[in-house]
Design a protein around this ligand. Structure first.
Ligand code: HEC
Ligand code: HEC
Ligand code: HEC
Ligand code: HEC
Length: 511
């Protein structure tokens, strides 16, 4: 049995019952009261104000790139499946019948954890009643065989009550074979109200080229979209589609060109835009509306299509999934919990292949350093760096009640323990493995900034202090230029500023 099958089955068996059904208290003052404190941030615009709920409404997302939920590293992060599910819940409550579509590009990395995450995301999308999901190059890089296992096969094993969304990629062929069970489909037809919607998807071959060159796209063939689209459009029209939608996993310019070349599409949803697609959105190409939804799932686009207009008249709102209008949805909290429990059971972080440190030096742990550098250790213990691991278990202050512990998640450990490469998300040899094996490497220890210290200690102990210094030397200049931002990057520490942050963790060297 291939590993991913084992993984898939393992996931299925741990999917447990319903979460406790609770909601966060709504934010903002109760009606009739004006906020007293000017510190309360201005409320964002009301959602879909004056939108008639009886029109056809598409909810479009894409290029999640692994950002299943905001990490909580900073208070203000947008996005996440939980709030997206809440948006859909709010819309349904107001009488909308949203039709959710995704461009694909669910994950970012090629590894076992990403396969598990892809499965988690696909079943979460099913829970949100997604009907179609495109395929990004990152998804294909998880393996053609893996992708086949994720598609519609209607096997008796998948007795889940919610049908999975269809994977769509009209120009992608796996194993050089047509109509393989489970392979992405060319199109899908659905009806909603008076509309019959024909949905198709393409992946731009140029986007896949880097991964193909790295040998990551075996058994995958990607044809030029313009070769396949005419037949797909024809067949959808023949089947009675009244509205044609293209999920275009392509740079925006390519999507605009496709809209020009195939004016029959009413709506083109494009990947490849900026992370925050706040300007030039939507664009109009003849009668085709082209929208982008950004990256990392911070936003979703909502497209309303007025009834009985030909060509269809659309309106569009780019919804920022902020923490003021949206709260966490219990079903998505449960999906995250199941995902984290599976990571723990499969012990994926501990099983990762560690990389070499420079000069094969080894990590010894902050307590060892503190045997001689008592003041530096005492200072470090007072900084948040010393309890960074605990933050993965408890979350930020105020999040405790619905926080899902993430201390087995490599994508969190990499900056919250000692001895990992933060950006590659890989452990170094002798770096943190798990809480029991590596209790000396919890938190962001001395050696994440100073480098692994075994040789420094050995040299000091053998009396060669002068030689020992270069092993652990970090200058302020180096720190300013690169040490901190390996972890304090734009995603995880948007307010980082060396001159205000460094004084908070600066430490004396001598006792
Ligand atoms: C690339 C490095 C990096 C990764 C990966 C990372 N974090 Fe963080 N995290 C940070 C930094 C840096 C801070 C401090 C940010 C600040 O205050 O400016 C932080 C802060 C936090 C805090 C706030 C702690 C507090 O009490 O203030 C939480 C909670 C947290 N991270 C959880 C996570 C989770 C969960 C993950 C995985 C999904 C994760 N982090 C992944 C770097 C990272
Ligand atoms: C056995 C005692 C001992 C241990 C253990 C030890 N050090 Fe040192 N360290 C010294 C001595 C002695 C010096 C040189 C005198 C000084 O600067 O205090 C030094 C110097 C340093 C310096 C200054 C380097 C420079 O640029 O001049 C740094 C940084 C440092 N140690 C970090 C560490 C770290 C990190 C650890 C743990 C991995 C560690 N030390 C463990 C004894 C020790
Ligand atoms: C290996 C990753 C890593 C490196 C390198 C790193 N940090 Fe951090 N830092 C973190 C994490 C994780 C947190 C959040 C700790 C927590 O509360 O859980 C944090 C928190 C902080 C905080 C507290 C912020 C707050 O909101 O209270 C300061 C200050 C800070 N770091 C400064 C620095 C400086 C300055 C450097 C470089 C000299 C640096 N850090 C290097 C991971 C790192
Ligand atoms: C967030 C990164 C970071 C962490 C964590 C960190 N250091 Fe440092 N450390 C630095 C930087 C940067 C300098 C250089 C400061 C300077 O030149 O003014 C430094 C300087 C030092 C020095 C030399 C100070 C001097 O006066 O020359 C020692 C000794 C030292 N650190 C030990 C430690 C020990 C022991 C720990 C853990 C208990 C530790 N450091 C944790 C970044 C860090």
């Amino acid at each position: 049995m291939p590993r991913w099958t084992a993984l898939f089955l393992a996931t299925l068996t741990v999917v447990t019952g319903l979460a406790t059904w609770y909601w966060l208290a709504p934010t903002g003052p109760p009606p009739g009261l004006t906020p007293k404190s000017p510190a309360i941030p201005p409320s964002p615009d009301p959602l879909l104000q004056d939108w008639p709920p009886d029109q056809l409404t598409l909810v479009v997302s894409g290029e999640q790139h692994g950002y299943l939920e905001p990490c909580g590293c900073s208070e203000t992060q947008s996005g996440g499946y939980s709030r997206r599910a809440d948006l859909l819940r709010q819309m349904t409550k107001r009488g909308f019948k949203p039709v959710p579509l995704d461009l694909g590009g669910l994950v970012q990395r090629r590894r076992e954890q990403s396969r598990l995450k892809y499965q988690t995301m696909l079943s979460a999308l099913a829970d949100m009643s997604y009907v179609a999901v495109g395929v990004g190059p990152e998804d294909l890089a998880l393996g053609a065989d893996f992708l086949l296992s994720q598609g519609d096969t209607e096997s008796p094993e998948s007795s889940s009550s919610t049908p999975r969304p269809s994977l769509l990629a009209a120009n992608v062929r796996l194993f050089d074979t047509d109509d393989l069970p489970g392979a992405p489909l060319a199109s899908r037809l659905i009806t909603s109200g008076q509309h019959t919607i024909g949905i198709t998807a393409i992946l731009d071959p140029a986007l896949a080229r880097p991964l193909a060159a790295a040998g990551a796209l075996n058994d995958v063939a990607i044809r030029p979209p313009e070769d396949v689209l005419p037949a797909v459009i024809e067949s959808l029209v023949k089947q009675g589609a009244t509205l044609l939608v293209l999920l275009s996993h392509a740079p925006i310019d390519t999507s605009l060109a496709l809209a020009r070349q195939f004016p029959r599409f009413d709506i083109v949803i494009s990947a490849g835009g900026p992370e925050d697609p706040l300007t030039d959105n939507p664009r109009q190409v003849g009668t085709t509306t082209v929208v982008t939804v950004g990256q990392k799932g911070k936003y979703v686009g909502v497209i309303g299509i007025a009834p009985r207009t030909m060509p269809p008249r659309t309106n569009f709102e780019l919804v920022n999934l902020d923490n003021q209008r949206f709260s966490d949805h219990p079903k998505m909290i449960q999906a995250m919990r199941t995902y984290q429990q599976t990571l723990e059971q499969l012990d994926l972080a501990a099983a990762m292949l560690p990389i070499d440190t420079s000069g094969n030096r080894r990590f010894v742990g902050s307590a060892k350093c503190g045997e001689c550098h008592t003041q530096a250790l005492a200072k470090w213990k007072q900084t948040p760096h010393s309890h960074a691991f605990e933050s993965l278990i408890t979350g930020r202050a105020g999040q405790e009640d619905h926080w899902v512990p993430r201390s087995f998640d490599a994508e969190c450990l990499s900056c919250h323990v000692t001895g990992w490469e933060p950006q590659k998300v890989l452990p170094f040899k002798s770096g943190f493995v798990d809480k029991n094996t590596s209790s000396h490497l919890l938190g962001n220890g001395c050696e994440n900034c100073h480098g692994p210290g075994d040789r420094h200690v050995a040299l000091v102990e053998s009396g060669d202090v002068e030689q020992s210094l270069s092993e652990v030397r970090v200058t302020l200049k180096q720190a300013r230029r690169k040490t901190c931002i390996a972890c304090h990057d734009l995603d995880n520490s948007p307010k980082f500023d060396f001159d205000t942050y460094w004084p908070q963790v600066a430490h004396p060297g001598r006792d």
